[in-house]
Design a protein around this ligand. Structure first.
Ligand SMILES: [Zn+2]
Length: 142
C-alpha cells in the first residue's frame, strides 16, 4: 500500500476515493480497534474512547438520504459541470448503513424540483464523476 494511505488523513481518504493507489475507488472510514467506534472521517484518534489503535474500514456504499439542500450559487468548478441558477446542485447528509453520517453530493436528482427529492430514500455511492482536484463522495438514488 502506498505511503499516503498509512496516515488517517484527508489526503489518504481522498486517495481511496479516487483510487489513485490501485485503481479501485473506495469510500473508507476508520474503525477503532479498542471500542469498535466507526467514523466516516479519517482521524488518528478515536472520538469515543480516545484510543489511537485505528484501522481503515471500507463502507458498503449503501445509505439513506437524511437531509439535503439545493444550491444555485456554485463554485466555478461546479459551474463548469453545468450547475448553477438554472440547474441547482444538490448536497446532502447520507446516513451510511453502517451508521456514520457523511456529507455528500447527491446526483441524479432534479435540483429545480426539491419537493420531488425524498428524505429517507435509499441512495448508493457513485464515484464515477469525481473532481480530481477536490474529490468528495457522491451518492445517487438506488
Ligand atoms: Zn475507541
Amino acid at each position: 500500500m502506498a505511503g499516503e494511505t498509512k496516515g488517517f488523513t484527508s489526503a489518504s481518504f481522498n486517495a481511496f476515493l479516487t483510487g489513485e493507489n490501485d485503481g479501485e475507488k473506495r469510500l473508507m472510514g476508520v474503525r477503532c480497534r479498542s471500542c469498535g467506534h466507526l467514523s466516516a472521517e479519517p482521524r488518528p484518534m478515536c472520538p469515543s474512547c480516545h484510543g489511537k489503535d485505528m484501522e481503515w474500514f471500507q463502507f458498503s456504499g449503501k445509505g439513506r438520504l437524511s437531509t439535503f439542500t439545493c444550491i444555485s450559487i456554485v463554485t466555478n468548478a461546479m459551474g463548469e459541470k453545468g450547475y448553477g441558477r438554472d440547474n441547482p446542485c444538490c448536497a446532502g447528509i447520507v446516513t451510511l448503513e453502517e451508521g456514520p453520517r457523511i456529507s455528500a453530493r447527491i446526483l441524479g436528482v432534479d435540483g429545480n424540483n426539491p419537493q420531488d427529492i425524498k428524505t429517507e430514500m435509499d441512495v448508493i455511492l457513485d464515484l464515477e464523476d469525481l473532481d480530481a482536484g477536490h474529490p468528495s463522495p457522491a451518492f445517487r438514488p438506488v
